[in-house]
Design a protein around this ligand. Structure first.
Ligand SMILES: Cc1cc2nc3c(=O)[nH]c(=O)nc-3n(C[C@H](O)[C@H](O)[C@H](O)COP(=O)(O)O)c2cc1C
Length: 364
């Protein structure tokens, strides 16, 4: 079912496996790779309404898109209806095909200024913001929330109903609260309650489940347990765009080493095309390369070298040399189950890194 098209307003998405907006990660090269491997929809990372409206240079650079990105979503967060409405108008004029409102970001500086998951605590304000955004664009409008602010104040049903009432076309529910760390497992019943509450108000609203999707089997479980219309992948896509082909029913979750090399080198090509062939560009690839190394045997030395990569050529060479060191039919995960990788790899334990990941909030 996740491999079937999803009609989002006027947009027909090829399947129901979406790539989340990921701060500091979902740039043009990464989105192109995920799209080519089958992601049903991709988004620009979260932008702050205030920074966008003040013309902050970094925020405007984040609006870049490649000509191959025919359908691209964008996500914005803001503390009140006036600023979110004005930001949505800017994004509408910038011709993004769909616009998402972030009401789930847990990062301290985001919440502290009334953005992101701060809105979960105030259903009336949340509804007013969505209604104002609705009036500001005719494009498909979506909202991303969590189950609530804390375990004691779970209000996913009230917020989901308010979002449906305010006219959103799609709602994504991350099945944790703002206070939950990634060590807390995502709650499928919590998401299912939100799905039901949103549909009770508007049976046509689409609801997407998010959280702990590290494989196509996890995606299927999420969809079946929650009744959601689709799923959104976040950490599970880091260094792992193959998850989308598996969700779309077009291939295995794990690449062979030959497929791995082809895609990592392609990612590096797209990276060079976007950022240039410079040392700064090479530094920006380091985190992606470290994520790509995950799940393969004997990667400690490779990781050390990836973490110091200083040129795009060096990155290419390391990738090719590593691929040559394994038999050509080697498939990632052959020697180690995914659960073992997920429980030990630092890329899945990102709680503290997230606090540093988000971009400009105030336009300074
Ligand atoms: C590096 C990173 C950046 C993120 N940036 C965003 C973002 O810009 N917007 C957003 O809505 N969620 C963002 N998230 C949250 C994820 O989209 C997702 O809701 C959360 O990680 C739960 O899904 P998971 O358990 O599958 O990772 C980010 C998560 C990570 C790990």
């Amino acid at each position: 079912m996740l491999d079937t098209p999803l009609q989002l307003g006027s947009l027909e998405l090829p399947n129901r496996g979406l790539l989340a907006p990921l701060a500091g990660v979902s740039d043009v090269p990464f989105r192109r790779i995920c799209q080519e491997l089958g992601a049903g929809l991709t988004y620009v990372e979260m932008l702050a309404a205030i920074a966008l409206l003040r013309g902050n240079r970094r925020t405007h650079e984040m609006l870049a898109r490649h000509e191959s990105e025919c359908v691209l979503g964008v996500q914005v967060t803001g503390p009140d209806a006036a600023r979110v409405g004005a930001a949505v108008r800017v994004l509408d004029e910038a011709r993004f095909e769909t616009i998402d409102l972030n009401m789930g970001c847990p990062v301290r500086k985001v919440v502290g200024s009334g953005n992101g998951s701060a809105l979960l605590r105030d259903t009336a304000r949340l509804e007013e913001i969505v209604a104002t955004a609705r009036a500001a664009t005719t494009r498909p409008l979506s909202v991303k929330i969590r189950l609530g602010f804390t375990a004691n104040t779970i209000n996913v049903e009230a917020n989901a109903a308010a979002i449906a009432r305010a006219g959103a076309d799609l709602l994504t529910i991350h099945g944790r609260t703002r206070d939950d760390s990634y060590a807390v497992r995502v709650s499928h019943p919590g998401i299912a309650a939100g799905v039901k509450a949103a549909r009770a108000v508007n049976p046509r609203i689409l609801v997407i489940g998010n959280g702990d999707i590290m494989s196509s089997a996890d995606a299927k479980r999420m969809q079946e347990a929650t009744g959601a219309d689709g799923i959104m992948v976040s950490r599970g896509a880091l260094g792992n765009p193959w998850i989308f082909r598996a969700i779309a029913g077009q291939g295995d979750d794990d690449p062979t080493i030959v497929e791995w090399k082809e895609i990592v080198l392609r990612h590096l090509d797209y990276h060079t095309a976007h950022y240039g062939d410079t040392e700064m560009a090479a530094r920006l690839t380091r985190k992606h390369l470290l994520w790509y190394a995950s799940g393969f045997p004997h990667v400690n030395r490779l990781r050390e070298r990836f973490s110091l990569v200083a040129s795009m050529e060096e990155a290419r060479q390391l990738v090719s040399d590593f691929a040559r060191s394994l038999p050509s039919d080697f498939r990632r995960g052959e020697d180690r189950p995914r659960e073992a990788v997920v429980s030990s790899d630092p890329k899945y334990q990102m709680d503290r890194q997230l606090d540093r990941g988000v971009g400009t909030l105030d336009g300074e």
